[in-house]
Design a protein. Structure first.
Length: 147
């Protein structure tokens, strides 16, 4: 099912309008990026190379409405890689302006929660343990042709 196109932004929109939902890029919680390159939270809350499916799993677990879009952050240099072209729109507020969940009442609070929860996911721990030495590239001890 295709999503409806977004309208130009207006302050008159209710909080339930998708145009008023906050944007979350994986770049915001990536510990490999500096603050000047787009990271929004301190390194102790950030995670190494967050993936689209990991962010989506956490957002589904906490029950926030969200949409995944094929958009790239302007400061992301890897924007042509399909895995890095991801933007999440997340609904944080009800139409009356009250937060949907008091634990995540701001963008920074949500980003810190994402950064602290993603390393605990089973998907991430399974991929970390699935890197045995047999997968590492072998060194060639061959010398070049001598003339």
């Amino acid at each position: 099912m295709a999503e409806a196109a977004m309208r130009p932004y207006s302050n008159d929109f209710p909080y339930s309008a998708k145009e008023k939902w906050i944007c979350v890029y994986p770049l915001y919680i990536d510990s490999l990026k500096s603050l000047s390159k787009g990271r929004k939270i301190p390194k102790e809350f950030a995670v190494d190379s967050p993936k689209k499916n990991e962010i989506q799993m956490v957002l589904q677990d906490i029950g926030l409405d969200h949409i995944c879009e094929n958009k790239a952050h302007p400061k992301d240099l890897d924007c042509w890689e399909p895995n890095s072209r991801t933007r999440f729109r997340v609904r944080l507020f009800n139409d009356d302006g009250s937060p949907i969940n008091n634990d995540y009442s701001s963008r920074i609070a949500l980003l810190k929660y994402l950064g602290s929860t993603i390393p605990k996911l089973k998907v991430r721990s399974a991929t970390a343990s699935a890197t045995p030495e047999s997968i590492k590239p072998k060194k060639d001890n061959k010398k070049g042709k001598r003339r």
